[in-house]
Design a protein around this ligand. Structure first.
Ligand SMILES: Cc1ncc(COP(=O)(O)O)c(C=O)c1O
Length: 493
């Protein structure tokens, strides 16, 4: 059972003197460190548990004031004897890491508070920045280090020597099978493992597709406006230009798409980046009709498709016509962008070209990393990680939305049903963006306007793209307060 289980859910609340939900968050983070102790040799198990608990407190994964589960509950969850847990609690209480309350209960003590930063502060911040709302990064402190380390040990123990040779450039069969199964189940795609190409992120998938399209004589692709500036840069690397295409309420507007003459379109239909809309069923069907009519291709960037909060998941467009849609995603939002691991489901007509390009580009992704991710997916660790992140991000999103309502009343928030950021349209009284943004910067608030992602010049009030996944609820509240201060300084009327 994990911290998300029903076993000790009630026991994990912070003590009365701990702040908000910090206790639950920090216990979830610490759980990763404790799990491996259960599989330590029996003689060393007690020491391993004590060391892991100490480490969790020292590194801030267990925040001061977090209430620990009862020794009985933790023993059941870890599958160790209750005596072992009691002994560990007593030992760490004696050392000052833990404290026991009146009656029942054990909490993380305050003694080591000054010695180390909290877990969320370990995330890098731009220098001089007091509040960081820059979008695009997940909470890197949620990376499941212990499970990942365990999977690496397992992989190194089981990989035969011959598997360390040059891999199939499409990726290890084991990972392609695991990814196909995962995406069919979670995203409703049609995925034959033979058609999966393991790539180093969505970025590489775009470049590979750009090369394949270029080889077919295609020199321009349509991109969404607003959209990710990365798309244009990546296609440019393949000598393919981009045509920005406006959105309407359903997705990429069909009139401008048809008029543009392009035969390939890059889209983010499940959660448009950055506006946050989900393409309507009608627009999805229209896009596929268009692709068939021009003998073209839709490129589906499912960059954060796993994070849905209030509505049922929107299945991938690729599932409707796998021969007209190239689908790509990665672990960048779910695990960490630094892993540089992702996937591309490629239509039959482009498969040979894409694989040939992948071979000449890098001869395939590192084998150990691929085997590791395969094992991680096969054993359910990936699903667990997604559940854990989704819980944390949903809470942060809710915190951000309610802080905006409190401190910046009148702000219209959209694109909140999914993803790692929201769009906040500020009321006009806060002034134009060329005045507001320098005030925010001077107040130490790193924030990006929607106009940074727009190619066409648009009129209207100031809209901000506020990333929230990488900040704790407390940091988000404080950030919105600072933002509101900066906004008030320029209030008109
Ligand atoms: C819309 C969008 N697509 C793709 C990427 C790049 O993803 P990857 O790290 O998988 O290359 C990003 C990065 O943040 C993104 O915002």
């Amino acid at each position: 059972m994990t911290p998300s289980g029903t076993g000790h859910g009630e026991a994990l609340g912070p003590s009365p003197d701990a702040g908000g939900t910090a206790g639950r968050e920090s216990w979830t983070a610490a759980w990763e460190l404790l799990l491996p102790t259960a599989s330590a040799p029996a003689r060393a198990r007690g020491r391993a548990l004590q060391a892991a608990l100490r480490e969790a407190v020292r590194t801030g994964r267990l925040a001061p004031g977090t209430r620990l589960p009862s020794s009985r509950e933790l023993a059941v969850d870890l599958g160790v004897s209750r005596g072992l847990v009691t002994e560990a609690y007593e030992q760490l209480t004696a050392e000052g890491y833990l404290r026991s309350g009146r009656g029942a209960g054990t909490w993380v003590g305050d003694a080591v508070r000054a010695a180390r930063p909290t877990a969320v502060d370990l995330a890098p911040r731009p220098a001089g920045v007091r509040a960081d709302f820059l979008p695009g990064t997940p909470d890197l402190s949620l990376f499941p280090r212990a499970a990942w380390a365990g999977a690496r040990r397992g992989v190194l123990a089981e990989l035969p020597h011959h598997a360390l040779g040059y891999p199939d450039p499409r990726g290890l069969p084991r990972l392609r099978t695991a990814v196909a199964e995962l995406l069919v189940r979670r995203r409703g795609v049609v995925a034959d493992p033979e058609r999966v190409v393991v790539v180093s992120g969505v970025a590489q998938a775009m470049t590979l597709l750009g090369c394949a399209l270029h080889a077919r004589g295609i020199r321009t692709v349509g991109v969404e406006d607003p959209g990710s500036p990365e798309h244009a840069a990546l296609f440019a690397a393949a000598a393919v230009g981009t045509v920005p295409l406006p959105l309407d309420g359903d997705g990429t507007a069909m009139g401008p798409l048809r008029a543009s003459g392009v035969r390939a379109l890059v889209t983010t239909p499940s959660h448009q980046f950055p506006s946050g809309i989900a393409y309507s069923a009608r627009r999805r069907a229209e896009l596929l009709d268009w692709a068939r009519a021009v003998d073209g291709l839709v490129i589906e960037d499912d960059y954060d498709g796993d994070f849905r909060y209030d509505r049922s998941p929107v299945g991938a467009l690729q599932g409707l016509d796998p021969e007209r849609v190239a689908y790509t995603g990665s672990v960048s939002k779910s695990l960490a962008p630094g892993l540089r691991l992702g996937w591309l489901l490629v239509p039959a007509s482009l498969a040979a070209e894409v694989v040939a390009r992948k071979r000449t580009m890098d001869l395939g992704n590192p084998v150990v990393d691929q085997a590791l991710l395969a094992r991680f997916v096969e054993r359910g660790d990936y699903d667990r990680q997604l559940r854990r992140c989704r819980r944390a991000y949903q809470e942060r999103r809710d915190t951000l939305v309610s802080a905006l309502a409190e401190h910046l009343p009148g702000t219209e928030v959209s694109g909140i049903a999914a993803g790692l950021h929201v769009i906040a349209a500020l009321p006009e009284r806060y002034g134009p963006s060329d005045a507001f943004l320098p005030r925010a910067a001077a107040a130490g608030v790193a924030v990006r306007p929607l106009s940074d992602y727009e190619r066409a010049v648009r009129t209207g009030g100031l809209r901000l793209v506020l990333g929230y996944a990488h900040r704790s609820p407390g940091q988000l509240r404080e950030g919105v307060r600072l933002l509101a201060e900066a906004a008030r300084d320029g209030t008109t009327g």
